[in-house]
Design a protein around this ligand. Structure first.
Ligand code: SAM
Length: 291
């Protein structure tokens, strides 16, 4: 490929994706923007200096991370308003995706500054592309909450979702997260754990949640960067989950009417739908009626 003449960089904020492991994944455009920018705002300047040193780039850097996002964002905006070209990077992947970046993007847009995305690696979509799960519809949910109770409720709210679910997770929490996922989504739900994407020890573990847990439990220690994908709910489960948000009385009446069932038969059907016993459902119905 012939070297293109260097296009001058217009003033604006450049959101630059950087590799999530393999340094060859940086784009030519990203390198040009990092070279030509007046300054690079980094999540961790030490981390970015390693990348810049590798590509022989000596652009000035400034820190921009979750603890100074607000104050530094205002400073960056002032520089952008003077016509500077500022590149924003995070430690790896796309800034703003479970990483700092969104705040300065918002500020820049409000101030009428040009915001230019420089696309490249993102762990979530990289994992999705090779996982083998449905890709027509997916939902990126970032990191699941660290506390077990909150994590279960978080999973419960996604139980009936038909889309493939994509999460980031830390290695020291992966077993607990998979255990909660198996309890909420069912141990037989298909899932994929994408580890160390684009790196030497890249690995895809594919199987049911139960199988993934069994494999990881044979390992002494969980390590590496991890993206977890869980298959969307099958149609029946998605419908059951929708009906669970409907009151028992309303669903019972609907079943009796639409399928000409008596109350006992409708209760039996609904117990199957909600994966519970007829007596438990009946008690719940009584409670609902006395409210
Ligand atoms: N902004 C980044 C992106 O676009 O992918 C994500 C930043 S988030 C703070 C970091 C998390 O992304 C890690 O804890 C891990 O869950 C996931 N991740 C990053 N690199 C990865 C890799 N090489 N393989 C698998 N997951 C990765």
């Amino acid at each position: 490929m012939k070297d293109a003449p260097a296009t001058p960089l217009a003033p604006g904020l450049y959101i630059v994706a950087t590799p999530i492991g393999n340094l060859e994944d940086i784009t030519l455009r990203a390198l040009r923007v990092l070279r030509q920018a007046d300054c690079i705002a980094c999540e961790d300047t030490r981390q970015t200096h390693k990348l810049l040193a590798h590509f022989d780039i000596d652009t000035q850097t400034i820190s921009y991370h979750q603890h100074n996002e607000r104050s530094r964002g205002v400073e960056l905006l002032a520089r952008l308003q003077q016509g500077e070209r500022i590149a924003l990077v995070s430690d790896a992947g796309l800034p703003g995706i479970s990483d700092p970046g969104a705040e300065v993007v918002r500020l820049a847009i409000t101030a009428g500054i040009e915001v230019v995305p420089i696309p490249g690696p993102c762990a979530a979509v990289t994992a999705l592309a090779a996982a083998g799960l449905a890709t027509e519809e997916f939902r990126f949910l970032g990191f699941a909450p660290a506390r077990a109770g909150e994590r279960r409720s978080f999973f419960e709210s996604a139980r009936g979702d038909r889309a493939t679910l994509v999460f980031y997770e830390a290695p020291h929490r992966i077993l607990a997260t998979l255990e909660d996922a198996a309890a909420v989504f069912g141990a037989e739900r298909q899932a994929v754990l994408a580890r160390e994407l684009t790196k030497l020890h890249e690995e895809f573990l594919r199987g049911t949640l139960h199988e993934l847990l069994a494999t990881l439990r044979t390992r002494e220690i969980q390590r590496g960067e991890m993206t977890l994908l869980i298959a969307g709910a099958p149609v029946a489960a998605a419908q059951a989950s929708t009906t669970q948000t409907v009151s028992i009385g309303a669903r019972l009446a609907e079943l009796m009417r639409s399928e000409s069932l008596d109350e006992m038969a409708a209760l039996k059907r609904m117990a199957r739908e909600r994966n519970t016993s007829k007596s438990a459902l009946y008690r719940e119905l009584q409670r609902e009626r006395s409210r």
